[in-house]
Write a protein that binds this ligand. Structure first.
Ligand code: HSE
Length: 297
């Protein structure tokens, strides 16, 4: 028996919510197909051209499935086929999608014995392979869907799934590389209290805005005072892209995860397309190739 899962791209941080907020997109997505075998172990095949590792210990889906198999008493294995719809390194949760899709598919083949919280915990082993950090802000929305708050990772994972706002997302993915590890190395080790106060006020405001569909509040509360300023120098075009997207009617946005993609939230489809085109025009002028994604949350 086999199971096929569509695992969505996600936007981590969502402006002010570094390492805690995440949004699932409707597209692009990875397609992960699993077949259960009576032979213990994993075989992984990639049906795409990204040359990703297929050694289970170095593959994000493999690492997550190895963690899952350690929790399964029966001597079983999986044959895994992955078709990446999300470009690796784009900053919209490419590694999270493959890891999340793999454990969700495995769980379906095992009679749904794991909870969503347990699946997030297992899929984080894939994130550790990809970036060295077991962060859950892409995995949680990929598994729960919609909008999630990771209230805690330790000592116990505590994901709060929230109703997603009826907004449209515009994403520009400029073709340069920003490694998550490097984008974390530039972050301040400590934050002055007044800045921290402004930041958690925005996180609260953003969650409230999403829940009450208050777009003006969302627009005011998206701003990240701590992480984005530290990372801005790694992302040429960020300031211009934001200004142009705002001029096109976007509510606001920022770096998607650790970049290089930039996201903007929009009240409707037409504005999202306009914002995406506006951001693309910045990279066109800079001579940097880019991809655009537009879709509802
Ligand atoms: N929250 C993480 C970061 C996401 O911003 O470093 C990385 O994709």
């Amino acid at each position: 028996s086999s199971v096929t899962v569509h695992a969505p791209a996600t936007i981590a941080n969502v402006g002010c919510g570094f390492d805690v907020l995440g949004l699932a997109l409707t597209a692009p997505y990875d397609i992960v197909r699993l077949r259960r075998t009576d032979q213990p172990g994993l075989t992984i095949r990639h049906l795409d051209d990204y040359n990703l590792p297929t050694d289970p210990y170095r593959n994000v889906a493999g690492a997550a499935l190895l963690a899952l198999l350690r929790e399964v008493p029966e001597p079983i294995g999986f044959e895994v086929e992955i078709t990446k719809g999300i470009r690796p390194g784009s900053g919209i949760g490419s590694s999270a999608a493959s890891a999340a899709g793999a454990v969700v598919a495995a769980n379906a083949l095992l009679g749904s014995r794991f909870t969503n919280h347990q699946l997030v915990d297992l899929a984080m082993y894939g994130e550790a392979v990809a970036s060295g950090v077991r962060h859950a802000d892409n995995i949680a929305p990929a598994i729960f869907g919609g909008f999630t708050l990771v209230r805690a990772v330790l000592p116990t994972l505590d994901v709060v799934p929230l109703p997603p706002p009826p907004l449209w997302v515009a994403v520009v993915h400029p073709q340069f590389e920003v490694k998550t590890q490097e984008a974390r190395a530039v972050l301040p080790a400590a934050v002055p209290l007044p800045l921290a106060v402004r930041q958690w006020a925005n996180v609260g405001g953003l969650v409230a805005g999403f829940l009450t569909h208050d777009n003006a509040l969302i627009s005011r509360a998206l701003e990240d005072y701590i992480v984005e300023p530290a990372r801005a120098s790694l992302l040429p075009g960020l300031g211009d892209a934001r200004l142009r997207a705002l001029a096109a009617g976007a509510l606001g946005g920022g770096i998607s995860g650790s970049g290089p993609s930039i996201f903007m939230l929009n009240q409707d489809e037409a504005t999202a397309h306009a914002a995406a085109e506006a951001m693309g025009s910045v990279y066109q002028k800079m001579g940097i190739a880019f991809h655009l994604h537009v879709g509802p949350i």
